[in-house]
Design a protein. Structure first.
Length: 183
C-alpha cells in the first residue's frame, strides 16, 4: 500500500508540475488538460500492462530473458502512447490531448516501473487500478493548486515548495487509510 501511494503521489506531482510549466494561467484549460492526462494515463497503463504481461509470458519467459523486462516494456509504452493520444483526440474532442506526450510518458513510466515489476502476481489488477487512482490524485493536486493560487502564500513558498508541502500532507492523509487494510 505504501509503495502504491508513493508511486501515485510522485507520478501525479511530476505530471502536475509538467502541466503547470506548459499552461500557466487559465484554470479552466488546466482542468481539462488534467482530465485529458488522467484519461490517457489510465488507458495507456491498462493497455501497456496487458501488452507487457503478454510479452513477458509468451516471449521473454520462453526465451529465458525475464531480466530484460524493462527493455521490452519501455518500447511497448512508447509505441502505444501516440496512437492512443490520436484515438482519444478523435473520440473525445472536448479534451485537449495535444502536447501531452511527454507528461503521459513520464507518468506512465513512473507508475509502471514502480508497480508493474516482474514477478508481480497482481500485474493485471494493478494495471487496471493504477490509472483511475492516478487520475484521482492528479485531480486532487489540481484542485489543491487552484485553492493555493487563490490564497496569499509567502513568496518563498510559491511554486514548487508549496506543491511539495501539499504532497507531503496528502501522503500523510492517505497513510491514514493504510491502517484500515489488515494483511
Amino acid at each position: 500500500m505504501t509503495e502504491l501511494l508513493v508511486a501515485l503521489l510522485s507520478a501525479a506531482l511530476i505530471s502536475h508540475y509538467l502541466l503547470r510549466l506548459t499552461l500557466p494561467g487559465d484554470p479552466q484549460l488546466e482542468r481539462r488538460r488534467v482530465h485529458a492526462l488522467g484519461l490517457a494515463t489510465m488507458l495507456l497503463v491498462a493497455f501497456s500492462g496487458l501488452s507487457a504481461c503478454l510479452l513477458d509470458k509468451f516471449v521473454l519467459q520462453p526465451l529465458a530473458l525475464g531480466a530484460l523486462w524493462l527493455f521490452a516494456y519501455v518500447p511497448v509504452v512508447i509505441l502505444l502512447s501516440q496512437p492512443l493520444l490520436n484515438a482519444l483526440a478523435r473520440r473525445v474532442p472536448a479534451l485537449p490531448f495535444d502536447g501531452l506526450w511527454v507528461p503521459l510518458l513520464a507518468s506512465t513510466g513512473v507508475l509502471s516501473v514502480a508497480l508493474l515489476g516482474p514477478g508481480n502476481a497482481g500485474e493485471l489488477i494493478y494495471s487496471l487500478g493504477i490509472g483511475p487512482a492516478f487520475w484521482l490524485v492528479l485531480s486532487l493536486f489540481n484542485d489543491l493548486r487552484q485553492r493555493i493560487d487563490e490564497n496569499d502564500i509567502p513568496r518563498p513558498f510559491n511554486g514548487l515548495p508549496v506543491d511539495l508541502l501539499s504532497a507531503g500532507l496528502l501522503a500523510v492523509a492517505f497513510l491514514g487509510l493504510n491502517a484500515m487494510i489488515k494483511p
